[in-house]
Each structure stands twice: as structure tokens, then as C-alpha cells.
Ligand binder design. Structure first.
Ligand code: SF4
Ligand code: SF4
Length: 388
């Protein structure tokens, strides 16, 4: 109960129509790309450098590719040394009894404040639902995982009943460049890695278990839904009230006693029924215009839950054709992706309060030209000369 009323249930509960098996990470598109079943990000970058960068095409310069990959540096280190691990090489080790936690509500507030201090823009807590934990390690994360082989079971340390889910914002101007190179994407991974690793270490130094995790170990979107960060959308991404889908998300598993947050109802499910802008503008035709279904659309889809099924192979195929290890047309065009401002906050409240007006909101969004691509300079150039 929250303040005398029943807690909200996550929106996906009414869409569960069959058993939800823990997902095998080997089935993901990234694992399949690592096994060379699909062309993937590595091939995409090769194509981009050999064609568009070689011709000095705007948005695809060698400098753009370099900036994007450089932004990933901390993520690469953290995957190798910190993600998915209970331990960390530290300057001093905790000795003695764990910090006594008498008030999980206050502890959750403290941990969320610390997460924000380390760089999270949104934070929530949930009880970990084991259905969202991968059953086994896949190719993509095992190659940098903690002494695991592909096919090894994913193990959550005993007692880690909670997940702290968080989101970091990606730069608005940068995302509007899509489908050109968007350096904020890979920088977002490094911000996730820095925040998750630091937060986990803080919790360990209080005497509790903590495992930082990026895209490894578990499906992050349903964990974020459970923790009240947003809702799953037609584009297959999390939509948050504050930034729409323009976020990167990660989590920390822990046994630190924490009061869970409540899931949210932003009105996304009804809005996505009528909107379809992401599907209209998906160059890879990976996003459906159809209805939610529990039937898998292709071999990377999970079963048991009705949702808008994404064709991840088609998405990756577009990346390769486009010559970038990524694309964000679905983020760029989503009406929930807006720069900060009170008018946008007002519209978001309207979406929740009056779903019958959703078609009007979508129409006005189109008329005002939101979501159109704009070749903004990369942050590397925007920040030039701004400081001594
Ligand atoms: S990333 Fe691009 S190709 Fe993939 S689903 Fe989004 S819009 Fe489509
Ligand atoms: S673009 Fe529209 S349909 Fe697609 S995720 Fe955003 S709100 Fe939903």
C-alpha cells in the first residue's frame, strides 16, 4: 500500500498471456552478430569509414566516428574489470558489521541521491523479478564478462533482492543528427558504467553486496518499468516522462535494504497505439505498425508477453547499410523526445489526463516539425572555445 492505496502494478502485467521464460542472451541480435549470424556494429563502422568518412560526408566524418568510439572508453574498461562482478580492486576493504539500516525508505533516498551525484538523471528501486534475468550468458557479454563462458548460467548473488535502476540522458541536439553519427550514444554507455560502478562500490563499502550491470545479466527495460522510470513503447525502448526514449539505462543488484518505488502510468501504451511515428521513420522497417502481439516476430523476440515486436536483424542491417554502429531515428522522431521546457511538461500531463486527445497531440507534433533531422555540430565542436 502507498499512502493507504494499492500500489500501481507495472503496465505489462495485463499483457502477460503465457509463461515468461528467462531469456537466453545467446538469442539477442548482438550475440548473433558476434557469432557472425548477422552483420553487426563492427561491419557497420568498416562500411562507414570506407565510404562516407572517406568522402568526408557531413555527419560521417572520421572525427565523428573517433569522437563516438572515444566516448565508449570508460564503458570498455568497466566491462572488463567491474560490470557483473561482486568485487572490485579497492584502496580499503570493509571490515566489521554492515551499516545498520533501520529505515529502508531513508536508505533508498540516500542511495538515489548518491546515484544522481555520480551522474544518474533518473533513479528508481524495485524488487528484482527473476523473470528479467537472462538464463545464460550470451556471446556479446561473455566475451568481457567475469570468467564466464557463453552458455554459463547467469547468477545473481544470494540475497540480492533489489535492483537500483537508473537512466542517463543523451544530448538532445546530438540525437537530432540521426541517422548520422551520434557521439552521445557511446558517451552514454560510459556514463552508465561510471555511475553503476561507483554506486555499487559505495554500497559495498557500507557492508552490502552490489553488482553493477549495463546491458549484461538482465533485461534492463522491465527492471526500469518495475522501478518506476517509465514504460515500454512501440519502438521497443523505455519512455521516461522527463526525456522520452532519449536515455541510456543500467542497474545495480544489491541486498541493501531499500524501499521499492512504484511503477508509473504515463499514458504511453495508449499514445503508442495512435502515434506510430517511430515506425513511419524507421529506415530499417524494424518497428511494427501493427498491434501488440505475444507471437515472436523473429528469432530474437521473447514470448509470453504481448508487446510491439521489434525485428532486431532489420535494425542491425540498416546500421550496416548506413555505415554507423547505431541509429536513433526512433528516438529522434518520438514525440516524447523533447528539449526541456514547461510546454512539453504540460503536453505530457495532457497525454496522461486525456488519451482521447492523443491523435491531436501527434498531429500538432508533426505540424510543428518536431523530430525532423538536423545536422547539429557534435558536442566536440559545439564546446569549442567555450572555456579557457
Ligand atoms: S535504430 Fe533506426 S533502424 Fe533501428 S529501430 Fe530505431 S529507427 Fe529503426
Ligand atoms: S514515436 Fe510514437 S509510437 Fe513510437 S515510441 Fe514514440 S510515442 Fe510510441
Amino acid at each position: 500500500m502507498v499512502g493507504g492505496r494499492a500500489r500501481l502494478r507495472p503496465h505489462y502485467e495485463k499483457d502477460i498471456v503465457g509463461p515468461v521464460e528467462r531469456f537466453d542472451e545467446r538469442k539477442t541480435a548482438y550475440s548473433r552478430a558476434d557469432r557472425r549470424e548477422y552483420a553487426g556494429p563492427d561491419e557497420a563502422i568498416e562500411v562507414g569509414l570506407a565510404t562516407k568518412a572517406a568522402k568526408r560526408m557531413r555527419g560521417f566524418l572520421r572525427e565523428d566516428f573517433a569522437l563516438n568510439s572515444a566516448g565508449r572508453a570508460i564503458d570498455t574498461l568497466v566491462r572488463k574489470y567491474a560490470y557483473s562482478r561482486e568485487d572490485f580492486p579497492r584502496r580499503w576493504a570493509f571490515k566489521g558489521e554492515p551499516l545498520q539500516v533501520d529505515n529502508p525508505v531513508r536508505m533508498a533516498d540516500e542511495v538515489k541521491a548518491v546515484a544522481r551525484w555520480f551522474g544518474a538523471d533518473l533513479v528508481g528501486v524495485c524488487e528484482l523479478d527473476m523473470r528479467w534475468v537472462y538464463s545464460v550468458w550470451g556471446d556479446h557479454n561473455a566475451k568481457l564478462g567475469p570468467d564466464v563462458q557463453v552458455g554459463d548460467p547467469v547468477v545473481i548473488p544470494e540475497g540480492c533482492r533489489y535492483a537500483i535502476a537508473f537512466a542517463v540522458e543523451m544530448d538532445y541536439e546530438d540525437v537530432m543528427r540521426s541517422p548520422a553519427v551520434i557521439p552521445s550514444t557511446d558517451l552514454g554507455y560510459s556514463k552508465m558504467a561510471f555511475t553503476a560502478t561507483s554506486l555499487a562500490e559505495y554500497i559495498r563499502l557500507l557492508g552490502y553486496k552490489a553488482v553493477p550491470s549495463g546491458n549484461d545479466m538482465a533485461l534492463t527495460i522491465p527492471i526500469c518499468v518495475d522501478a518506476g522510470l517509465g514504460e515500454l513503447s512501440r519502438s521497443g525502448m523505455l519512455i521516461t516522462a522527463e526525456y522520452g526514449p532519449r536515455v541510456r539505462i543500467a542497474k545495480v543488484f544489491t541486498n541493501l535494504p531499500l524501499e521499492p518505488d512504484e511503477p508509473v502510468d504515463l499514458g504511453v501504451q495508449a499514445f503508442c497505439e495512435v502515434c506510430k511515428k517511430c515506425a513511419d521513420h524507421c529506415p530499417g522497417k524494424a518497428i511494427t505498425h501493427g498491434d501488440k502481439t505475444a507471437d515472436a516476430r523473429m528469432e530474437c523476440n521473447n514470448s509470453g508477453v504481448r508487446k510491439w515486436q521489434i525485428d532486431a536483424q532489420k535494425c542491425l542491417a540498416f546500421w550496416v547499410k548506413n555505415g554507423t554502429a547505431g541509429c536513433a531515428n526512433c528516438i529522434r522522431t518520438c514525440p516524447w523526445n523533447k528539449p526541456p521546457g514547461w510546454t512539453h511538461r504540460l503536453v505530457r500531463s495532457g497525454i496522461k489526463a486525456a488519451p482521447s486527445l492523443d491523435p491531436l497531440f501527434v498531429r500538432v507534433d508533426d505540424l510543428l516539425g518536431y523530430g525532423r533531422p538536423k545536422m547539429n555540430p557534435t558536442p566536440g565542436r559545439r564546446y569549442r572555445g567555450s572555456k579557457r
